[in-house]
Design a protein around this ligand. Structure first.
Ligand SMILES: Nc1ncnc2c1ncn2[C@@H]1O[C@H](COP(=O)(O)OP(=O)(O)OP(=O)(O)O)[C@@H](O)[C@H]1O
Length: 581
């Protein structure tokens, strides 16, 4: 809690001194920059955490500003005005959520389209504000209303702005320490991995966007009251880009960065805009410099200086606590492929694949390069939905579901190249994996799930040769490849799936590490009694682990039998010229 209270108290103390030290007019100016800073904090939250860049935040800022102007002009009584504000804010949140959910649904690579669509929306908003004169006052804007609660914009209204800045900052600092934001950061880091852990990333992105829209709208409402006039510029493209510049210059990764950017750029602009004709060019150059040389902005530079004086403490996760039971771990069930076909354009990858595994055991999948092994796993997890046939897990259809639904069926997947959250620590990676299949909505807003542990995960971490226990605070980007393989294995098994899909889990491992990984796979299967389907090129590993072996060749099943039977099969020997070993 001190990590929220101390910085917020310092911020509050500093802002309260402004009118005393510099007078009311200066406080009025700072109040305006702080309002822009609040809107920029919303952008910083979205851009800095999820990696999504919104280019049209002025749309929400402006709509709220016009709504506030109308409320203050046409609605009597503070209670009725605040009631209307709640309705408008709710509407803005719902619209923002719907826009983002529509854009992100079914596509994880739609970030650039999203930015462009928000840009198009704000341009349309500005055009409407200019032409719908009955509603907006057109070019002249809406004016002639009193400030909210009768406060004086040049006097005590400043304290309302300070209260809003402090409240938004405290909320953002608090969120930064919760699973909700850890998951949001995981979207920016490795969205496909998050989906395979069962998280609906399009919903997470839409929620983050709706939250940032709410903050922009809050700022817009304050703006209308502070300025006493709302014109189309407050819903425009220029304001949207300016807010992005303030966020980038101040620093999008820290809660205070956008505030700092807004106040510094605002003050410099007030000083220089009239006297120095090249001010706008300087601002554009500052933006380019920041993007190229200091992507974390001034906030990051100041943060680095600060931590030279006071060294950064490793981020402590809460004490380990027993996690709830995973909902992925239902009863084992056989996996059945019925004439499954997979085509991408004119390329036929799988041709009438048909087999049924036992409900329990280890199935090795082999075949020459390009046989369709990885594609087979892709059809199961929905990364490449089959174009024909059926896939059944027990009696449940597992075809055409998006990747984030696979874990709900009890399917966990480890990829060939370790897919983990590279910008995070080992402990954070494990915390995200432990929430997979376990966390409910309310869990994302309390710190304790960050310390969740389960016997399955402890068994992996406590295995003497597994290196992860001593590396919990290390950033994953600094780990050797082999350690990442063990981390991804631990993450995939943390949700206790009943079907575990492994794509060459021993790739890049030393001899000893390979032995360790095969022990872990065997032990996972024995402990859970589930099904493991493992792609492997090393026949010694296939022989040691597999109860049955599936041989794929040119997208078809060539054989599906015990290791010895497959090895003796002439058709298999013909494909593996020179024998199977
Ligand atoms: N998304 C895709 N679009 C087009 N072709 C694809 C796609 N994914 C896979 N392929 C093609 O399908 C075939 C099978 O690929 P796949 O990766 O499944 O083989 P594999 O058996 O796993 O090979 P390896 O052992 O080399 O990993 C290859 O010819 C590959 O180029």
């Amino acid at each position: 809690m001190a990590s929220v209270l101390l910085p917020v108290s310092l911020l509050l103390g500093g802002l309260l001194l402004v009118p005393q030290l510099f007078g009311d007019f200066f406080a009025y100016q700072i109040g305006l920059y702080l309002i822009y800073g609040i809107a920029a904090q919303g952008i910083g939250f979205l851009w800095g955490r999820t990696g999504i860049l919104p280019l049209g935040q002025a749309l929400f800022f402006g709509v709220a500003a016009y709504a506030t102007a109308h409320a203050l002009r046409d609605v009597d009584g503070l209670a009725a005005q605040l009631g209307l504000a709640v309705l408008v804010l709710g509407g803005i949140v719902a619209v923002a959520f719907a826009i983002a959910a529509l854009i992100f649904r079914g596509r994880s690579d739609s970030g650039p389209y999203f930015s462009l669509i928000t840009l198009a929306l704000v341009m349309a908003g500005e055009q409407i504000a200019n032409t719908a004169t009955g509603l907006t006052g057109g070019f002249n804007g809406l004016s002639g209303y009193d400030s909210l609660g009768g406060l004086d914009p040049f006097g005590n209204f400043y304290y309302l702005v300070v209260a809003a800045v402090v409240a938004v900052s405290a909320l953002l600092l608090w969120l930064d320490r919760l699973p909700a934001v850890l998951i949001a950061r995981a979207v920016a880091d490795n969205e496909p991995r998050l989906q395979l852990l069962g998280f609906p990333t399009h919903v997470i992105k839409a929620l983050a966007f709706a939250f940032s829209a709410l903050i922009a709208a809050l700022a817009g409402g304050l703006f209308a009251s502070h300025q006493g006039i709302v014109t189309p510029t407050s819903i425009g493209f220029a304001l949207s880009t300016e807010l992005v510049i303030l966020t980038a210059v101040g620093g999008r990764f820290h809660v205070f960065g956008p505030l700092l950017g807004a106040v510094l750029v605002g003050l410099a602009s007030a000083e220089l805009r009239d006297s120095f004709p090249y001010w706008e060019i300087c601002l554009a150059l500052a933006f380019v410099l920041v993007v190229l040389k200091a992507p974390g902005g001034l906030g990051e530079i100041l943060g680095r200086l600060y931590h030279r004086i006071l060294p950064r403490k490793p981020c402590k996760l809460p004490e380990p606590v027993q996690a709830p039971v995973s909902r992925a771990g239902e009863a084992p069930a056989p996996l059945r492929f019925d004439d499954v076909e997979l085509r991408v354009g004119v390329v036929r990858i799988l041709n009438g694949v048909r087999f049924e595994t036992p409900a329990s055991g280890i199935v090795g999948v082999i075949g020459p390069n390009g046989a369709g092994k990885t594609s087979l796993l892709n059809t199961i997890t929905g990364n490449l939905p089959p174009t024909g046939g059926r896939i059944l897990l027990g009696d449940r259809r597992a075809v055409g579901l998006p990747p984030h639904r696979a874990l709900g069926l009890g399917i966990g997947r480890k990829l060939q190249v370790p897919s983990v959250f590279f910008s995070m620590s080992v402990a954070e990676n494990l915390a995200i994996a432990m929430m997979a299949g376990r966390a409910r909505w309310r869990d994302y807003l309390r710190p304790s799930p960050l310390g969740w542990r389960a016997p399955g995960l402890d068994a992996v971490l406590d295995t003497p040769a597994v290196p992860l226990r001593a590396e919990l605070d290390r950033p994953v980007g600094a780990l050797p490849q082999g350690h990442r393989q063990f981390l991804e294995f631990a993450m995939t098994t943390a949700a206790e799936p009943r079907v575990l899909l492994l794509d060459e889990p021993c790739a890049g491992l030393s001899h000893d590490e390979t032995t360790l990984m095969t022990d872990l796979v065997r032990r996972f299967q024995a402990d859970t009694g589930g099904l493991v389907i493992m792609i492997e090129h090393d026949m010694a590993i296939v022989e040691a682990l597999s109860d049955k072996v599936l041989v794929l060749h040119q997208g078809r099943v060539l054989a599906f039998d015990s290791y010895d039977a497959v090895r003796a099969d002439p058709a298999v020997q013909a494909v593996y010229a020179g024998g199977t070993k």
